[in-house]
Ligand binder design. Sequence first.
Ligand SMILES: Nc1ncnc2c1ncn2[C@@H]1O[C@H](COP(=O)(O)OP(=O)(O)OP(=O)(O)O)[C@@H](O)[C@H]1O
Ligand SMILES: [Mg+2]
Length: 342
Amino acid sequence: MIPGALIVTGAGGVGKTTVAAAVGLAAARSGVRTLVVTVDPARRLADALGLGGLGTEPSPHPEEPRLWAAMLDAASSWQAIARRHTEPEVAERLVASPFFAAATSHFPASQSYAAAEEAVTFLDARAWELVVVDTPPAAGGIEFFTAPRAMTELIGGRVLRWLTGGPLPGRRFLFDRAARPALRLADEILGSDLLSRVAQFMMDLRTTYEGVARRSREIEERLRAARVVVVTTADPTPIREALTMFRELPQLGVAPTASIFNRTLPEEWIDAEVDGDDPALVENFRRWAEESRRQRDLRAEFSSRYRTESVVVPWLTPPPVDLAGLARLLDAAPDLTKVATG
Ligand SMILES: Nc1ncnc2c1ncn2[C@@H]1O[C@H](COP(=O)(O)OP(=O)(O)OP(=O)(O)O)[C@@H](O)[C@H]1O
Ligand SMILES: [Mg+2]
């Protein structure tokens, strides 16, 4: 079986990590060897799966034989990426450079690119039949999907090309001969070797271009082949982001397969008969019924507009924060298991 990726995306805080963990659990329980990958500084995946010491390398779940999880840390992913795309000596110099840490943490699509590249590396390892990717919190909207291109543009971009003189052989020689003395002079005036170090860093970064550009194209291809689900709640901001994703992702060749409405109120509330002596209590019920109706209408409008499968995931109390909670979530939302098994 060719391993497949399932990408769980959506606005911040809507329940992407929870849904990714639940879907991963459902897949594993249905017999599919599954890896759930997250970039989650809040360690919610680790908590949700009951894995305290989750690390950057995939580790097997102690209680679920087919479930694996990895929590990427963008900084170490970037070091692995540098080592993958340039000669060892240059990679070590890059990784040791303070500019490398600064550039990778300030590049807006940094976490997204690292997650996408690592996820594809895990897919290529062919050790899992399904890789569920929980998109990073910072990856608002479609950024996860545009990150490979942004990365290629960053390293191959005009500014860096201009500063380093392009990838032609001999340019480095020219740089060494022509630019270095000038930089040395500037550094002498400044009383530091800052400019020379920046220049060295940019030259080194530039050497990763061919590898990164090739890899970015591969990643884009794999993202287009992946199944994508968009998680949202019924709140206006996440809904707006979900609508944007449904509109814009197809332009990138990515077709979302389902919308997942998380933390929904029960539909039974809409027509529930409430009578009682306490007017405040009755009013309270009436408001919740109204909110539940609004959510139902919103889902109906959403599905009719985008004709995708829409999965309803109820609001659980207490929230699903461990393996037993995720199992409860799967019982309450059986369609999540369908999402898991395709
Ligand atoms: N169906 C649910 N019922 C009740 N609580 C839920 C449900 N789904 C998620 N939660 C809770 O909502 C909060 C946010 O969930 P989660 O961390 O999965 O969101 P996220 O989209 O990954 O957030 P971020 O964008 O910060 O990574 C958590 O406290 C989680 O336990
Ligand atoms: Mg998350």
